[in-house]
Design a protein around this ligand. Structure first.
Ligand code: GDP
Ligand code: IMO
Ligand code: MG
Length: 433
């Protein structure tokens, strides 16, 4: 059975966690392939709300194996917090039983977080993601498989504690890292997670050859991709399909379905250009109705109209085989909706994104107006979803304006929208028939 991939098509927070949780109920494995605890993936099951940062969103299926893949940068101390929370609510400790850390993944150390904490330019999550990837690329990082060697190597500990301290000083961060701090950190990680560090690429390859169902969970979104996003206002990893298999250590031929997750409007956290951003009552309405606050940092998310220029870019890079349109419910109550169909840069019409952030920040949006639909209470949306799915009604159950919006976006992008989110709950999804 081929592997499936779930990817964000915008600037993150599209609702990937909810979809992964739904698909994971039928999956044997869920693996993260990039990023780290900059991600915040939310799963809502009735009254229970789970906010996951590094743990794959397949956590809710007790029969599902979970992998933190080679392409990730993992903060073991945050992982410890996440695992403690999960144990409190479920009684389970999956590490070393069904949660596996790639031996090739890089360790996000206290130094990395301290360094990232000084960022003011990008508006990072401050979680040490960029600095950990920088050390990886500079070939001075620590992989999980290296911990045993490094923690007893006094020369390495001295040299690297010195490097870290001088980098902090040069970056204007007070604080220092001693060789004994570094040793203590590595000793703790070895003792806490040693039994979970595995050759996860081999494990996933074997699982696929045995016909098991593997789901690759993307973090962030296409426009935050280090190569193809709105550089430099991006994250530090490749967020696209091309890295999904590479990031877990299997080949691209394994990929079958590629789910693109698209929010029915657009949001962004952190700095950087956002052409469709609304500074008016409509943007405030989206933020309020959609509870648009970052899952990781709690910062308000900037809101704007759905942007087809962004989505065409995401489609070209990722070749989504199907789309999930999330948070359609949030748009209920707006009389008229707009869809960004192109940009105007100094009088010139653009159907593709300008490459430089300075130009992207300058463009004016060109939109098409479509009718809105009324606000509906959450319990009515849930009821509508249950009825639509149980009685085979599909999108015909949606109010007229909402259905027309879905059909319009599907036609404009030329990719089937296989499900529509109408609330945060796992059940609040209407599937296409
Ligand atoms: P992710 O990072 O892509 O997993 O998304 P986040 O969890 O950071 O943000 C998405 C937010 O929207 C979460 O609070 C979800 O519970 C919520 N959400 C997901 N799908 C829907 C939907 O269809 N409607 C509404 N109202 N909320 C949704
Ligand atoms: P999920 O997986 C939204 C943004 C940050 C910042 C930029 C760089 O929940 O969709 P970083 O800490 O990665 O160096 O920050 O990327 N960012 C996200 N925005 N959702 C995310 O993850 C994000 N992860 C990083 O706000 O603008
Ligand atoms: Mg998120």
């Amino acid at each position: 059975m081929p592997a499936s991939v779930v990817l964000g098509a915008q600037w993150g927070d599209e609702g990937k966690g909810k979809l992964v949780d739904q698909l994971a109920q039928e999956s044997n494995w869920v693996a993260r392939f990039q990023g780290g605890n900059n991600a915040g993936h939310t799963i809502v099951l009735g009254d229970q709300v789970l906010k996951l940062h590094q743990l794959p969103s397949g956590l809710t299926n007790p029969d599902c194996q979970l992998v933190l893949g080679a392409g990730m940068v993992i903060d073991p101390w945050v992982l410890e917090e996440e695992l403690n929370k999960w144990k409190e609510s479920s009684g389970e400790s999956p590490e070393g039983k069904r949660l596996w850390i790639s031996e090739r993944a890089h360790v996000n150390l206290p130094f990395h977080r301290l360094y990232d904490g000084a960022d003011v330019k990008i508006g990072t999550t401050g979680r040490g993601i960029g600095p950990t990837y920088r050390d990886k690329i500079e070939r001075v990082g620590v992989r999980f498989c290296d911990i045993e060697h490094r923690r007893t190597d006094d020369e390495w500990l001295q040299e690297n504690a010195g490097r870290m301290t001088s980098q902090l000083t040069a970056h204007g961060v007070s604080g220092s890292i001693s060789a004994s701090d570094l040793k203590e950190s590595l000793d703790w990680v070895a003792a806490r997670f040693g039994n979970a560090i595995k050759p996860t690429g081999l494990m996933l390859d074997l699982a696929l050859r045995q016909g098991e169902n593997v789901l690759l969970e993307g973090a962030q979104g296409c426009l935050l991709d280090i190569d193809h996003g709105t550089y430099p206002f991006v994250t530090s990893s490749v967020t696209s399909r091309a890295n999904a298999t590479h990031g877990v250590g299997i080949h691209p031929g394994h990929i079958g379905e590629v789910y693109g997750v698209v929010k029915a409007y657009t949001t962004r956290v952190g700095h950087g250009p956002f052409p469709g951003e609304l500074f008016d009552d409509v943007g405030a309405y989206m933020g309020k109705m959609g509870h648009e606050f970052g899952t990781t940092t709690g910062r308000p998310r900037r809101c704007g109209w759905l942007d087809l220029v962004v989505l065409r870019h995401a489609q070209r890079l990722n070749g989504f085989t199907q789309l999930t349109l999330t948070k359609l419910d949030v748009l209920g109550g707006l009389d008229e909706l707009e869809i960004v169909v192109g940009y105007d840069l100094d009088g010139q019409f653009l159907s593709e994104m300008p490459v430089c952030s300075e130009d992207m920040a300058k463009v004016k949006i060109v939109t098409e107006k479509v009718p809105g639909f009324p606000h509906i209470e959450m319990d009515e949306w849930l009821e509508m979803a249950r009825d639509a799915n149980e009685n085979g009604k599909g999108y015909s159950a949606l109010p007229d304006g909402a259905r027309e919006y879905v059909e319009k976006v599907e036609a404009m992008l030329g990719v089937p929208i296989s499900s529509v989110g109408v609330g945060p709950d796992r059940e609040a999804t209407i599937y296409k028939v």
